[in-house]
Design a protein around this ligand. Structure first.
Ligand code: ZN
Length: 144
């Protein structure tokens, strides 16, 4: 593992935050882990209705989370992810390089102008409101 240790990130958090983060990890709340070189990412399900997106880049010594926590440099979701990297590296599957798609549906989407994509999104929203809700929620988290 290059220069940076996930434990160093944990140590930046307040003790209480470390505790909560460890609990999230040990209760299996770190989901969909992926790894691309030294960059680990996952979704961490906290008390919010949808999981937050969390990532840690050991090489760049950088990390982030989509939650609104601003009371310290490291939130409990990042702590949970750091513990997962240390104690359960098998959770993280190497991300396959996104290959050029040959899927005709995807190719067709890439050709569409923005207005048509928006139109499609709205249609989707009517048919699958729960999907749109999660999409909008994640966008809002990102904007905060
Ligand atoms: Zn967070």
């Amino acid at each position: 593992m290059a220069g940076f240790d996930p434990g160093e990130i944990v140590a930046l958090a307040a003790l209480e935050v470390q505790d909560r983060g460890y609990q999230l990890f040990s209760r299996g709340k770190v989901l969909e882990g992926t790894r691309q070189r030294q960059r680990y990412s996952a979704r961490v399900q906290g008390s919010a209705p949808y999981p937050y997106r969390v990532w840690i880049d050991l090489e760049k010594q950088d990390w982030g989370c989509t939650c609104p926590y601003t009371w310290g440099p490291v939130c409990k979701h990042v702590v949970a992810l750091a513990y997962a990297i240390q104690e359960a590296p098998e959770l993280f599957q190497a991300k396959r390089r996104r290959k050029k798609t040959t899927d005709p549906r995807q190719l067709a989407l890439q050709e569409l102008p923005d207005e048509d994509l928006l139109e499609l999104l709205w249609e989707l929203a009517e048919q699958r409101p729960e999907l749109m809700e999660e999409f909008a929620y994640n966008l809002l988290q990102r904007a905060e």
